[in-house]
Design a protein around this ligand. Structure first.
Ligand SMILES: Cc1cc2nc3c(=O)[nH]c(=O)nc-3n(C[C@H](O)[C@H](O)[C@H](O)COP(=O)(O)OP(=O)(O)OC[C@H]3O[C@@H](n4cnc5c(N)ncnc54)[C@H](O)[C@@H]3O)c2cc1C
Length: 452
């Protein structure tokens, strides 16, 4: 029986540990926390996962909370305009629902399931020296320890890492009592509120330790007006700051937060990190090699909500590479090939899109975002790109591709075969959808849509 050590009990490590165990591998999982410590600790993410990633969890029988977590049917974009108005406001429809299950609930539950499955759990914070010693007794060591210290074993890939430092300051609050968006009260949706030059507020439903809740998640441009959470250790103060910033920059979201209160003592999180791609093979002092998984090798800013999705896809891809390799040695060439398979299908498109979203948007991107307010097809395509970021390659990066795509949409609309303009036939397609005042060319974000 092949022996595998998995370091890190997060999205990717647990999926791999459970998947390998189910195929009869002798799996040891090293976690720096027990299931109870995870369950009662601090929130770690906002973890919205889209259909492809959710299917990987389902394939392993790990979809324990599907019936309890809110079903996210849409993804909306609003752009703040002058005086608290919205210059753009639309809701794209997802082809299949997304869900967010608090990682405290999920990882604790999966850890218990792994142990019940006969997996060996070692509660210990692994060091490089530990791995140096342990690697000699395992056929394969997978390092799935997220953004922790073990990343120091994996050299940064400069050519694939354009940002030297953090691009956003992050501040998360889980709350009960948030009222629905009045324009579509029956639709669970992720709301991306873009405040040009300042940052973004994401609002999304989740299932947390105390049931259904909503997450308020500020991403602030470093040094700007949202970058004010450093040193705020009191959760109540963290929520007050969050709400004050909503009142100032996204008053339409603040209007539904009159009764918002934190879900629990661990409901807040603040921090920042630099996006980076690293070499997949980690070198141990004794000469051994270990394979990096998910965030260890591809760390993206959460602005596009892709890290947990990519971790699920990475785990599924690595699992299939391990199974296909049979009894052959897990040498460095195999490790590189295993990473490359993940990189070219998932890591690269996610990194390209996320890094683009961190930069100030060029005119053609503003035009696309504005067009989402006029054409349901554009809003839907943008929303479904969160499940399949490779699709952005066809219309998002290159100004000519964007112009060609919008011309196609306009032609389809004129011929009557489009999926509906928002505010016209789109109102019937999106429950409770409304016409969007001011989302046209004249009031789109600076440099926004050209007249059509
Ligand atoms: C604020 C925020 C919001 C986010 N929102 C989203 C979102 O909406 N959608 C999305 O897809 N992604 C989101 N992400 C990203 C996502 O949470 C991560 O990318 C994802 O969890 C990474 O999975 P992983 O398996 O690589 O690592 P993790 O899930 O981070 O797991 C790593 C585990 O290893 C453990 N560990 C660390 N060091 C050691 C050690 N030395 N020994 C043993 N164990 C160790 C850690 O404690 C942890 O349990 C968000 C991230 C943040 C910070």
């Amino acid at each position: 029986m092949r022996k595998v050590l998995v370091v890190g009990a997060g999205q990717s490590g647990l999926q791999l540990a459970v998947g390998l165990r189910a195929k009869g591998y002798d799996v040891t999982l090293m976690s720096n926390r027990t299931a109870d410590e995870i369950r009662t600790g601090r929130v770690m993410s906002t973890q919205v996962m889209f259909d492809t990633a959710l299917r990987h969890e389902r394939d392993l029988g790990l979809d324990f909370w599907t019936r309890h977590a809110p079903r996210i049917q849409g993804l909306g974009v609003s752009v703040a305009g002058p005086g608290g108005a919205r210059a753009v406001d639309w809701l794209g429809r997802l082809k299949a629902y997304a869900q967010s299950v608090d990682q405290r609930v999920k990882m604790a539950g999966w850890l218990d399931a792994f142990v019940q499955q006969g997996g060996q759990l070692v509660v210990h914070s692994a060091s490089v020296a530990d791995l140096d010693y342990l690697s000699r007794t395992y056929d394969l060591v997978l390092v799935a320890a997220g953004k922790g210290e073990l990343v120091s074993m994996f050299g940064r890939d400069e050519a694939r890492s354009p940002y030297a430092g953090p691009q956003r300051a992050l501040a998360v609050s889980y709350v009960h009592g948030l009222a629905p968006r009045p324009e579509h009260p029956g639709t669970e949706a992720v709301r991306c509120n873009l405040v040009p030059g300042v940052g973004e507020l994401f609002v999304m439903p989740t299932l947390t330790t105390s049931g259904r809740a909503d997450i308020l998640f500020w991403e602030g441009v470093p040094g700007g007006p949202l970058d004010v959470f450093r040193g705020v250790n009191d959760p109540a103060e963290h929520l007050t700051l969050t709400l004050d910033l909503m009142k100032a920059f996204t008053p339409w979201e603040h209007a539904r937060a009159a009764k918002a209160e934190l879900t629990d003592a661990g409901a807040t999180l603040a921090g920042r990190y630099a996006p980076a791609v690293r070499n997949p093979v980690g070198r141990l002092p004794g000469g051994g090699a270990v394979l990096g998984v998910a965030d260890v090798v591809v760390t993206n800013d959460p602005i596009t909500g892709q890290g947990a999705n990519s971790a699920a896809k990475c785990a599924a891809s690595y699992l299939s590479s391990i199974l296909m390799h049979g009894d052959k040695p897990f040498d460095e060439a195999w490790m590189k090939a295993t990473f490359d398979k993940f990189w070219f299908t998932t890591g690269k498109p996610v990194t390209q899109w996320t890094n683009a979203m961190l930069a100030p948007p060029p005119a053609h991107v503003l035009e696309l975002i504005g067009a989402g307010g006029r054409y349901q097809e554009v809003a839907d395509r943008f929303a479904n790109g969160f499940d399949n970021p490779a699709d952005f390659d066809a219309f998002f990066y290159d100004p000519q591709d964007a112009a060609d795509y919008l011309a196609e949409v306009r032609a389809a609309e004129a011929a009557g075969s489009g999926s509906g303009s928002v505010g016209a036939s789109g109102a019937a397609a999106v429950p409770g959808s409304r016409s969007v005042p001011g989302s046209g060319a004249a009031s789109a974000p600076a440099g926004g849509p050209a007249a059509e």
